[in-house]
Design a protein around this ligand. Structure first.
Ligand code: ADP
Ligand code: ADP
Length: 223
């Protein structure tokens, strides 16, 4: 079954400068367990699309079904990873990871430990964000997004701010998570190499002013 089903999605932003049509007649389906990367030039609407799927941006036309439910409702559990880690500076690594759950939640400590192992941050449980490298901080953000074992991870250029070496390492961490947990991955990037390396399907978004944006799926085997 399709985990994500988008049909005829339109999104217009109103601002004092006028209207911007960010998305026009978008059609996209993503199957459960797929690793889809979305590439396209800056400004073509990738972030907007991802935020709508996440329920972080409301007010669109068309149908966006995630796990069979309209994304404007409560919806299924999903994790979102931004370009920057967005950690709480005053909380330790383990408390940042657990920040979205009540501390008395049963088994929370075991779950946090499991995630710390998964993103390879053993020994840094009590560290604060300022003590971490960019890559380590982003791994905390990934662990936090995985806390409730979401069916889908939405990633908006998550490695864009990292150096090439750290980025390569993070890509392996993400592929491990995908293979271990069978999490559906929807990953936005403008880096073609990254898109092709990570995905089992690459979706291309084109922004042609005044024309319909097309999304062209290409089926690729996993490397
Ligand atoms: P991408 O992620 O592909 O770079 P975006 O989704 O960020 O593209 O933006 C798509 C279009 O929508 C751009 O023209 C951008 O200027 C516009 N846009 C995005 N967010 C807003 C907003 N909050 N208000 C007004 N316009 C916006
Ligand atoms: P990455 O960001 O992918 O972890 P780095 O080169 O930043 O790559 O770090 C590599 C390793 O060096 C880390 O996994 C960690 O073990 C150690 N390290 C990096 N920064 C620090 C730090 N501020 N304090 C302690 N250890 C660190």
């Amino acid at each position: 079954a399709d985990l994500l089903e988008i049909s005829n999605l339109d999104k217009t932003f109103d601002s004092p400068q006028g209207k911007t049509q960010a998305l026009q007649k978008i059609q996209l389906a993503v199957k459960e367990g797929e690793f889809v990367t979305i590439i396209g030039p800056s400004g073509c609407g990738k972030s907007t699309l991802l935020k709508i799927v996440a329920g972080l941006d409301t007010g669109h036309e068309g149908s966006v079904l995630l796990g069979g439910q309209q994304v404007s409702g409560p919806g299924i559990d999903k994790g979102f990873i931004f370009q920057e880690p967005r950690l709480f500076p005053w909380l330790t690594v383990e408390k940042n990871i657990a920040a979205n759950l009540p501390l008395k939640y049963p088994h929370i400590h075991n779950r946090v430990q499991e995630l710390i192992r998964l993103v390879r941050l053993e020994g840094f449980e009590k560290s604060f964000p300022r003590e971490l490298s960019g890559g380590m901080a982003q791994r905390v953000a990934i662990a936090r997004a995985l806390l409730r074992n979401p069916k889908v991870l939405l990633l908006d250029e998550p490695f864009g701010a990292l150096d090439a070496f750290t980025r390569a390492h993070m890509q392996e961490v993400l592929l491990d998570i995908w293979q271990e947990n069978k999490t559906t991955m929807i990953f936005v990037t403008h880096d073609i190499d990254e898109a092709i390396y990570l995905a089992n399907r690459v979706v291309i978004m084109n922004a042609r002013p005044g024309s319909i944006k097309s999304i062209i799926p290409i089926d690729l085997p996993y490397p």
